[in-house]
Design a protein around this ligand. Structure first.
Ligand code: NDP
Length: 329
């Protein structure tokens, strides 16, 4: 039986393009569990996969989509039964394995997480990779000793998926959060989500840079890298910790060692893709208890498979706000 999928292809000239096509289940890659996809998330990395960026996709034709939620259609693995609600993020699904931009996916049972109680399939993809990553980053900050009374936490790329969800989760946990964003039009929305401060990206970079600046942040979650990460490290308080999550603003890191050797600042890396299953299950359960879907609703946009090539251009040029949800029907 055939179903709809957004098939991404590369022509002889190397041009990558995608269009919705009917494909047969027999065309799906090998795996133990077939899932009827209810929702897929749309992430920065999906923008790269749909446009051939970052050399993430190696084989064509390809079905992108790094995260999805849905219902088990069939399973040869005893851990999953027909009708069970599941979530998948990471494991390079959507990059080297066919992903969620289709009505159906076949994946390894090892990659799945049962949908935690308290979340709908839709909520799970409002969170998606972005929400899981934000939760993992917060947990690493907590493990480094961060507590709400320590002071302000800076979140960069504030109006993006990871950024806005990090602001929302930190706010729910009682932290004072400052959002850094290139889009002042989202200030009110980010404050409503939980930010108590707002910094414009241009203003932040325009201040004269010094080797070490006034200490302002107890911690930071950085989604953009580049000049902004280099700059914020110089503003972190003694003993503070910074989680490096993303590179939406570039992969370079220009800074100096003074924040590390004079202020004992710690820079930690966050990866959501290859996290072991027990870590994921625990993070999803915590998300289910923390996430306030009603207050996040205004930051969610729904699109269909046909809309994704355009969404890819928007996310890669920093124009997407909050989370984009994909309905594969
Ligand atoms: P989004 O596109 O939703 O958010 C990125 C945000 O970064 C934008 O909304 C924008 O926020 C800001 N931004 C965009 N371009 C620039 C720029 N040139 N300079 C400075 N800021 C910029 O992406 P996601 O939230 O999905 O992902 C954020 C980053 O984290 C990406 O690099 C992604 O690849 C990475 N990521 C990493 C994961 C991991 O496991 N380590 C998992 C998930 C994502 P604003 O306009 O508010 O400034």
């Amino acid at each position: 039986m055939s179903f709809r999928a957004l098939l991404t292809e590369r022509d002889d000239a190397g041009l990558v393009s995608s269009r919705v096509q009917a494909i047969d289940e027999a065309a799906l890659p090998e795996g133990d569990v077939v899932v009827d996809v209810a929702w897929a998330g749309f992430n920065y990395k999906d923008g790269l996969c749909l446009t051939g960026g970052g050399a993430l996709v190696r084989n064509y034709p390809h079905v992108a989509g790094v995260d999805f939620s849905g219902t088990v259609r069939s399973s040869s693995d005893p851990r999953y039964r027909e009708g069970q609600s599941v979530v998948l993020t990471g494991w390079r699904v959507g990059e080297i394995h066919w992903g969620g931009f289709a009505q159906r996916a076949r994946v390894k049972a090892d990659w799945l997480v049962p949908l935690p109680d308290g979340l709908t399939l839709r909520d799970a993809m409002v969170l998606g990779t972005a929400g899981l990553t934000a939760m993992l980053a917060i947990e690493r900050l907590e493990a480094a000793g961060l507590k709400p009374e320590d002071g302000d936490v800076l979140v960069t790329g504030g109006s993006g998926g990871v950024g806005s969800l990090a602001i929302s989760l930190l706010g729910r946990l009682g932290y004072a959060v400052t959002a850094l964003s290139g889009r002042p039009e989202h200030e009110a929305g980010l404050r409503a989500l939980g930010a108590s401060g707002f910094l414009r990206r241009d203003d932040f970079l325009a201040e004269a840079a010094k080797p070490l600046e006034s200490a302002r942040w107890a911690a930071a979650i950085d989604n953009v890298g580049g000049a902004i990460l280099g700059r914020l490290l110089k503003q972190v308080r003694y003993g503070g910790v910074v989680a490096s999550v993303g590179n939406a603003g570039g992969i370079a890191l220009e800074t100096n060692v003074l924040p590390f050797i004079l202020r004992a600042v710690t820079l930690i890396g966050i990866d959501s893709v290859m996290q072991p299953t027990p870590v994921r299950v625990a993070a999803w359960q915590r998300l289910a208890g923390l996430f306030d879907s009603a207050s996040y609703a205004r930051h969610v946009e729904e699109v269909r498979l046909e809309d994704l090539p355009d969404a890819a251009k928007r996310i890669l040029s920093g124009q997407v706000h909050g989370r984009v949800l994909v309905r594969p029907d």
